[in-house]
Design a protein around this ligand. Structure first.
Ligand code: NAD
Length: 346
């Protein structure tokens, strides 16, 4: 087996653990770059056979063209989401692979953690008791049992979150343009879900259809005091409208693992910097907004599965094998491509 060289962008210490454990077995050398992949750093890929990228890397037409000119013919995303890739530019040039599933439990359990913390004000209680302030004024939550949770997107993660919510005794309603056939999930229109839910949790991908699915108009219709949880993609929610809905008391709280302008800030230690993003700065000041930095995937099991599938995807590419985890412009946009005939998208 030939050993190929991988340029691994946006590398963090936790990325090395499983990649280093598995790389030899799959026949790869990995060069880790802390920098994100973007117009300035793309030249680091020179001399490598493949690129591994993550959620906030820039994979636009310019970067794709430069990678292609460097001889790169495959880019493996070590994540499920791919809304940041210009598939039209990549089509016919660079095969784009992703990790369709690594642990829906990791993300769904993080959504539950955000919901419980936000509802019972654990984040505020923690700060108080560290300061020997044992007052519980202002920390009242509500029982989840008997409340209605609205799930937007009943794919892998949404379904695990439904099971968790049922464990709490919640009534589940859901919205998905592709409902699961013969399931016991009660599907309703988006409008009904927004009006009836005490908790709304987003588990759909970011697409032109779902961009700002939680808009100013939607936020005017939510039940007063409802909580929104977003572990999917930031731009599903209009952040300015979210701030307004929190300020005027319509919304009871928001648990956010993702944020629409996160790519400039998440995963970086900016504690000594002056934050330039006023919307994020305002969100952070709100006591009933709880933000985590796109960490819902971060469990041992998920990292192992991500490393395993990413390296397997690349090995299949270099061995000329079928690429079940490839995505292309045709299959993403029109639902089909040549993969059914030739086992690769192009
Ligand atoms: P999935 O593909 O299994 O399910 C997505 C579901 O959304 C599908 O059932 C689809 O029909 C549905 N959907 C599509 N358009 C919709 C719309 N307009 N309204 C409602 N539903 C719609 O995906 P998954 O594995 O469950 O992941 C869901 C999302 O979670 C991903 O798209 C990704 O953005 C996000 N994610 C976040 C993290 C994290 O660390 N925060 C990690 C993994 C995935």
């Amino acid at each position: 087996m030939n050993t190929q060289k991988i340029a691994f962008f946006d590398a963090k210490p936790y990325d090395h653990i499983w990649m280093d454990e598995l790389k030899e077995a799959f026949g790869f050398n990995i060069k880790y770059f802390e920098s994100r992949l973007n117009h300035d750093t793309v030249k680091l890929a020179q001399g490598h056979d493949a690129v591994v990228a993550f959620v906030n890397d820039i994979i636009d037409a310019t970067v794709i063209e430069q990678l292609y000119n460097e001889g790169i013919r495959v880019l493996a995303l070590r994540c499920a989401g791919f809304n940041h890739v210009d598939f039209k530019a990549a089509y016919g040039k660079i095969h784009i692979l992703h990790v369709p599933a690594y642990s829906p439990y990791a993300v769904a359990e993080h959504a539950a953690a955000l919901l419980l913390s936000l509802n019972r004000k654990i984040h505020r209680a923690y700060n108080r008791t560290r300061d020997f302030n044992f007052s519980i004024n202002g920390l009242m939550g509500f029982d989840l049992r008997g409340k209605t949770v609205g799930i937007i997107g009943t794919g892998k993660i949404g379904r695990v979150f439904i099971d968790i919510c049922r464990g709490f005794g919640m009534h589940v309603i859901a919205h998905d343009p592709y409902p699961i056939k013969d399931s016991d999930i009660r599907y309703v229109s988006l409008d009904e879900l927004i009006k009836k839910s005490d908790v709304i949790s987003l588990h759909c991908p970011l697409t032109p259809d779902t961009h700002h699915i939680i808009s100013a108009a939607a936020l005017k219709k939510v039940k007063k005091g409802a909580i929104i949880i977003n572990t999917s993609r930031g731009a599903l929610i209009d952040s300015l409208a979210l701030i307004e809905a929190i300020k005027n008391g319509q919304l009871g709280g928001a648990g956010l693992d993702v944020y629409e302008e996160e790519s400039d800030v998440f995963y970086e230690d900016l504690s000594a910097s002056v934050i330039q993003d006023d919307v994020l700065a305002r969100l952070v000041t709100l006591p009933n907004v709880l933000i985590t930095s796109h960490q819902a995937f971060l469990t041992q099991e998920a990292l192992e599965n991500i490393a395993q599938t990413t390296l397997q995807n690349l090995r299949q590419f270099f061995d000329g094998a079928p690429l079940p985890n490839e995505i292309c412009y045709q299959c993403q946009k029109f639902g089909n491509c040549d993969r059914t005939h030739q086992e690769r998208c192009f």
